[in-house]
Design a protein around this ligand. Sequence first.
Ligand code: GTP
Ligand code: PEP
Length: 256
Amino acid sequence: MGATRSDDADRVAASSDPARRVVAVLVAVKDLATAKSRLAADFSGPERTRLVLAMLSDTVAAAEAASVVDSVTVVTPDPLVAETARKIGARVFDEPVGDSAQPPDARLNHAFASAAALLRREEVVGHGHGHNSAARVDVIALQADLPALRPAELDQAYISARRGGRSLVVDHHGSGTAALILKDSSGELAPLFGVDSARRHAESGAPKLDGIWPGLRLDVDTAVDVRSAHRLGVGPATAAVLRSLGWSDDASATTA
Ligand SMILES: Nc1nc2c(ncn2[C@@H]2O[C@H](COP(=O)(O)OP(=O)(O)OP(=O)(O)O)[C@@H](O)[C@H]2O)c(=O)[nH]1
Ligand SMILES: C=C(OP(=O)(O)O)C(=O)O
């Protein structure tokens, strides 16, 4: 949502441009009680909650600042996540509290798939107002825990994504998916997040995008990842939480 794309004049222009594509970022966050369990050995429950919300805030802010992005939507069953997301300008899709018999990855993929389908059914992305049947919606399903994400990384990944289907940004481990991009296609997002998702997304036809995007690829799951992100340079919300936990800003990079 770079400086000029989100104002009213642009929306009017967009509604009269049949070729214009709308780019919607979609972020999924599970309930805070179970989020980031792999950080439990290093951070208390309340610290994890603050960290998850801060990383979400920095991820959403960076996505909102990307020039190619028109809207950011957070899909979550958690009211505090929803409140945080709204405060920073994201839309929220409330997800029904999951069926505990359903495997966690299935819940996540269902949340992404149904939110993507809903976004693409809407005639106008933005705040759901207006009538722009010509709008075509591209979807970037993005991890919620990318505190070192730079807007330009997301711009470059979207621009390099292939048209007519899905593309994949592999995470820093090489096994997970940092982003799944559906561009200029009437096909489905068909998300396959979960263990080994990079391989499964690739095998299902999504090419892996090349690019030096350390912040985009650095999804934070473990304490080692927190340290890597801190060194790379995290956004202001995450920096504030880590500072409050005694982490020195000197350890983090200062480059934008
Ligand atoms: N909306 C929604 N988001 C989910 C769901 N399951 C996982 N997510 C989100 O998807 C991303 C990856 O999920 P996981 O790696 O399973 O969970 P995590 O909280 O990051 O970390 P761990 O608990 O350590 O596995 C995180 O942003 C989660 O919050 C779900 O059922 N619904
Ligand atoms: C669910 C995924 O992420 P994580 O690394 O957070 O488990 C994934 O990469 O598909």
